[in-house]
Design a protein around this ligand. Sequence first.
Ligand code: NAP
Ligand code: MG
Length: 453
Amino acid sequence: MSAFTVINPSTGAAIREVPRADVGQTDAAIARAVKAQRHWAALAPVARADALRAFARAVGGAAEELAQLEVLNSGHPIGAARWEASHVAQVLNYYSADPERLSGRQIPVAGGIDITFHDPYGVIGVIVPWNFPMPIAIWAVAPALAAGNAVVLKPAELTPLTALRIGELAVEAGMPEGLLEIVTGSGSVIGQRFVEHPDVRKVVFTGSTAVGIEVAAGCARALKPVTLELGGKSSNIVFADADLERAVAAVPGSVFDNAGQDCCARSRLLVQRSVYDRVLELLEPAVTGWRVGDPADADSDMGPLISAGHRDTVASFLDDANIAFRGSAPEGDGFWFAPTVVLAEPSDRIAQQEVFGPVLAVIPFEDEADAIRLANDTVYGLAGSLWTENLGRAVRVARGVQSGVLSVNSHASVRYSTPFGGMKASGLGRELGPDAAEHFTETKNVFFATDEH
Ligand code: NAP
Ligand code: MG
């Protein structure tokens, strides 16, 4: 089997070689998953629930190891990486209830009994990007397994290490061999094969809008359902009646967390014109105080970008930008990039395109209607925040902004118990929340005639 080299983004150094699967090896993984799924779906519901709980415990026991791997492979600050690893265990625990709770319905009909069943699809293909390797993988893996499916998982080529370890932990915890197959290598080979292969019955894709459109087109040709979690250009709207100190203190985390490589990053800061100068004055020390450094150091707020190529892309957005101020970043071999605040017009490239780096575009607005119009002036619709002390305004603006996930006086976007996903070019379908396992099932309706013949 050929192989590729995984790089530490904090140093540029090689970490280790990982197998590069070809189409034949991908097909073999899918075949193992087909076999394992038949066995899994035939188990008693409580046996599947217990197996998922054992898997969760194994991940919990290995949380520190997984966190350290993510620091090494993705440059995530250790505190964030620990959260991500324990989140994997929590998501598995949350969905471990579903094997025993995926009830169908009994529907009143004439001449008999009518029942619906939630049947698993079979094998689910999951394609994951490099920005949050652990959470994004488990958001699909846990509910898909809970619903009685097997999963073939393709991590991003840049960040396969935690997925590989989670696959091993599943087997160590007693999950059936083949039920969760991790297939490493190139997206255009393995991901494309998931889309085409007739035994993969549903695809969950998280990544760029451009690739997502191709995946959806391929799934349409194969008549298979697809969930898409794509890009974002989310707004953080600060009204003059907000608690400005609190609102501004939260800005760096809302856009610079994970070095801005977050589909939910609030990369546009919309500020009511009457407080625009005051907000910028408060923002500068908050940004220069954002600590960029060694992700293994618990005091670092932010690590490097994921790759040299990605750093070039992020930097290219500053070519024609009106920079207000920047924070600092280490020199040296890693893919470092200083947090940057840019003053922008709504139509500027930096205000419309996803940068996926630590760059904030600040845009003034006049009034509530203007704020809603600017927030919606994007092809995307994933996340967003608004800050106001006026309850009626909070409700009106939250209802008016076209995004899948919004928060008021907060930047929280992700909880495993609440639905997550985007509108418009940000995606199709929702993950997480109480209904996610059902999204990995097809409804079967069965009528039992009871009249005497
Ligand atoms: P990407 O290039 O679209 O890649 C995502 C995944 O798709 C990777 O595993 C990639 O494999 C694979 N892939 C590439 N070409 C493919 C093809 N032709 N068919 C099937 N799969 C293919 O995105 P990225 O650069 O990794 O991630 C950044 C993007 O993801 C951003 O736009 C971000 O907004 C978005 N994102 C969205 C969410 C969300 O929940 N909405 C979350 C995180 C990220 P390789 O390993 O070969 O690259
Ligand atoms: Mg890519």
